[in-house]
Design a protein around this ligand. Structure first.
Ligand code: GLU
Length: 431
């Protein structure tokens, strides 16, 4: 029987570290179910809300939303730790009655017999704590609330948890928890402690490194399938080749704890965005057009797909896709980015003159095609003794507010003659 749990505290949003722990638990169960002959393997979500001061319903909701977004379904739960209070108290009383704990100023303190504690960690291999490092510790406070280490063990026993996979930061709690299992006379679960996640500078990942909450990535236009792929590779590798792209089914098949690395993993935002770009292109313009329809109002699906296809090669997030498609569609004005503003500022008169030249010359052209416009603009540059870029770049900056994009002739075709000329005129007027 395999029963695992993810046990977040609702004292903050779902962070990438927690999401990765949840994902590893989920993958472990799915793998056991489909490939390990464990059809009844179960993944349980337990919300550890015993810290009433810091726990909120909002954070619980954010955690549930984040798990749903990532597709991490659970078989039981969400169960709430605080609802187990009567059991926590009864379990503490039992240890007291059996002489394994004693009263200390109204609190119940667990008696440590200074034995050595060793476990075979699923990630780190054997870990040993010496009895002398362990002091008698409180399990139930004088106000009759359980301490974290006690509530967790009471819950994990009640939920018949067989494998505890969690962050490295809990290694130091494990010996105390093992002593409690021994005192209750029940089998000790398998423990596996997944390594920390570091920022690019090698320090523990924190807000200083930018977004750490899963919801932030959702709002920044990361696709859940890219996030899952990226999180899975944070501290896990399939061992064979250096393959990078795994869909969920492939992850489920390949995932084992033997592939979880001991050393900490580095969270590389650039890599996540790059990966996401690859996922966006894999999803493709027609499907993205359907998914993003609400953000591209008034556009026929084919038109939306056409716009998206144009921006997809350079897009890293769905926000890129939406904002760039909207500008091309004329739903948003072309607000110059930093580089575009600098380009104009370098030579405002030259910029305006080039736009005037191109607009006047394009008005008369009848061949509004990719090949026709390319030939036209090249000829125009040549006849004026200008570099091709000096003709093209002002158009790009005026139409997009950007200095990098698809080829300008393609852009003109995408926008269409009337709209392109009207926008060039407006850019001339306002510059
Ligand atoms: N509530 C604990 C935490 O958020 C989880 C402890 C555990 O998984 O045992 O870190």
């Amino acid at each position: 029987m395999i029963r695992v749990r993810f046990a977040p505290s609702p004292t903050g949003s779902l962070h990438v570290g927690g999401a990765r722990t949840a994902l590893f638990n989920w993958l472990f169960v799915e793998h056991a179910r489909r490939f390990g002959g464990e059809p009844d393997a179960a993944f349980i979500l337990r919300i550890e809300d015993t810290d009433k001061q810091r726990s909120t319903d909002e954070f619980t909701q954010v955690i549930l939303d984040g798990m749903r977004w990532l597709g991490l379904s659970y078989d039981e739960g969400p169960l709430f730790q605080a609802e187990g209070l009567a059991r926590h108290q009864a379990d503490a009383q039992r240890l007291l009655d059996e002489g394994k704990a004693f009263l200390d100023d109204g609190a119940i303190r667990f008696r440590v017999n200074h034995e050595e504690v060793t476990w075979e960690d699923a990630v780190h291999g054997p870990i040993t704590f010496h009895g002398k490092d362990l002091e008698d510790f409180i399990i139930l406070r004088a106000d009759r609330t359980p301490v974290y280490n006690f509530a967790v063990v009471s819950d994990d026993i009640a939920m018949r948890i067989t494998h505890v996979f969690r962050g490295d930061d809990h290694i130091s709690n494990t010996p105390k928890q093992i002593l409690l299992y021994r005192a209750f006379g029940v089998p000790v679960p398998v423990f596996g402690h997944v390594p920390m996640i570091l920022g690019a500078d090698g320090k523990k990942l924190s807000k200083r490194h930018g977004a750490t909450a899963v919801a932030d990535y959702q709002h920044e236009g990361i696709l859940p399938q890219a996030m899952v792929n990226f999180l899975a590779l944070l501290g896990w590798s399939p061992g064979r080749d250096r393959e990078l792209f795994f869909d969920v089914a492939e992850l489920v098949e390949a995932f084992t704890f033997a592939g979880v690395q001991k050393k900490s993993a580095v969270f590389d935002t650039q890599k996540l965005e790059w990966m996401n770009g690859e996922y966006l292109r894999h999803v493709g313009a027609p499907r993205l057009a359907a998914q993003l329809a609400a953000e591209l109002p008034g556009l026929a699906p084919e038109r939306a797909a056409e716009l998206i296809a144009a921006v997809l090669p350079r897009a890293r997030t769905t926000l890129d896709v939406v904002s760039r498609s909207r500008v091309r569609a004329g739903l948003d004005p072309a607000v110059p980015d930093e580089k575009a503003a600098a380009y104009v500022a370098k030579d405002p008169d030259g910029y305006r003159a080039a736009l005037r030249l191109v607009a006047d010359s394009l008005r008369g052209t009848t061949d509004w095609s990719v090949a026709g416009l390319d030939a036209h603009l090249r000829q125009l540059a040549e006849s004026k003794g200008m570099k091709v870029g000096a003709v093209m770049q002002p158009v790009r900056v005026a139409l997009l507010g950007a200095t990098v994009s698809e080829a300008v002739n393609e852009l003109l075709v995408l926008i269409g003659k009337d709209a392109a000329l009207a926008r060039l005129e407006a850019a001339i007027q306002s510059s």
